[in-house]
Design a protein around this ligand. Structure first.
Ligand code: ADE
Ligand code: ZN
Length: 363
């Protein structure tokens, strides 16, 4: 399904190929160590998607919950997904082990430690309150555990963060309004709202009114769009929900006018390479369009989405681009610069991150 925009981008890409090959001939291969040491920024990460099988077992034991798996190995074998819905069924099931505030703290603390190991210096994670409140867990239990870990992450690990609350799009508009009302006491600690879960059949405009209310409350907006759903959903996320970033957005390539709009406006796409292949948005990493969009001038960024389910955190997502798409160091740095530009950090923090990238990304 290669559309006109893809052909346009491929022609830009081909025109630059000579330059790139020349450049590559003078460059060393991009190693895992170099990518791991590169300061990185994560803008598309579901905290519930960082639940590693080992922690899932620990929490199940702690909370007396029976899992439908006998071992970590068995869990890993179940992580063969045919599409987004197939993944979501397992992901919502796994989240049931999260019961008390300390569970949410432990989940987020483990993720932040992984960030430190991989030199991720700033994160803007999502949480899905409805996944928990619908099972009777109070909103306060969820958010207090998350916020406490994020605060400790900044104080003890130097990792800055901005928290984003997502609405589940398979649920109703009213349910999203109720969730927004529950969040009101915490709005000074939530930077924005997002939209996730099953995309097909749940277009962004289903949530136009609740997103308008959130904007009135001073929140920024993002939304998953163009992951499995069509490029049209990216347009409505931009026009109806007024998003500051589009999560995934890889199907934008089907619409040349949309690509031109993204290039002109620099509305960022938070792309998740390993997620896209594990959920079969692309058959193989060699078919992924992230570097083609980068070369065309789209503000694309690299992220891990649900790393415990998709086989890798930030370093592994960069690594797969180096292995499968021949990503250069220059491209890796540009992808991080794009993430800094796209982040909701203030200008002082953005400049500090650019400075760190400059000093730490030498050959
Ligand atoms: N929730 C967690 N991961 C998701 C994804 N990749 N798409 C939509 N909703 C999600
Ligand atoms: Zn996502």
């Amino acid at each position: 399904m290669i559309a006109a925009a893809d052909r346009l981008i491929m022609s830009i890409f081909a025109a630059n190929a000579g330059k790139r090959n020349n450049r590559r001939a003078h460059m060393s291969a991009v190693s895992r160590d170099w990518l791991n040491a590169l300061p990185k920024v994560e803008l598309h990460l579901h905290l519930e998607g960082t639940l590693e099988p080992a922690l899932m077992f620990d929490l199940a034991r702690r909370n007396n919950i029976q899992l439908p798996f006998d071992s970590v190995d068995q869990i890993r074998k179940a992580y063969e997904f045919s599409d987004l819905q197939d993944f979501l069924d397992i992901y919502y099931q796994g989240a049931k082990v999260l019961q008390v505030e300390q569970d949410f703290y432990d989940l987020v603390w483990a993720y932040l430690n992984k960030c430190q190991q991989q030199n991720v210096i700033h994160v803007e994670p999502f949480f899905d309150p409805q996944t928990h409140t619908d099972r009777g867990i109070p909103f306060a239990t969820v958010i207090n555990g998350i916020l406490r870990a994020l605060q400790d992450g900044e104080a003890q690990l130097g990792i800055t963060s901005q928290l984003i609350m997502c609405f589940l799009r398979h649920l109703s508009e009213q349910a999203a309004f109720d969730t927004l009302a529950q969040a009101e006491p915490y709005l000074d600690r939530i930077v924005g709202i997002g939209l996730d879960s099953a995309e097909q059949g749940h277009p962004p405009e289903k949530f136009s009114r609740v997103f308008a209310k959130a904007r009135d409350l001073g929140l920024l907006t993002v939304a998953h769009a163009g992951e499995e759903g069509p490029a049209e959903y990216v347009w409505t996320a931009i026009n109806d929900l007024k998003v500051a970033r589009v999560d995934h957005g890889v199907r934008s390539i089907d619409d040349p006018k949309l690509i031109a709009h993204l290039v002109e406006t620099r509305i960022p796409l938070t792309v998740c390479p390993l997620s896209n292949t594990r959920l079969r948005v692309f058959g193989d990493m060699s078919q992924h369009n992230i570097l083609r969009m980068l070369e065309a001038g789209v503000c694309v960024t690299v992220n891990s989405d649900d790393p415990a389910y998709f086989g890798g955190y930030m370093t592994e997502n960069f690594e797969t681009l180096a292995r499968s798409l021949d990503m250069t160091k220059e491209q890796a740095k540009q992808l991080v610069l794009n993430a800094i530009e796209a982040s909701f950090a203030d200008d002082t923090r953005k400049q500090a991150m650019r400075d760190l990238l400059d000093t730490r990304s030498g050959n």
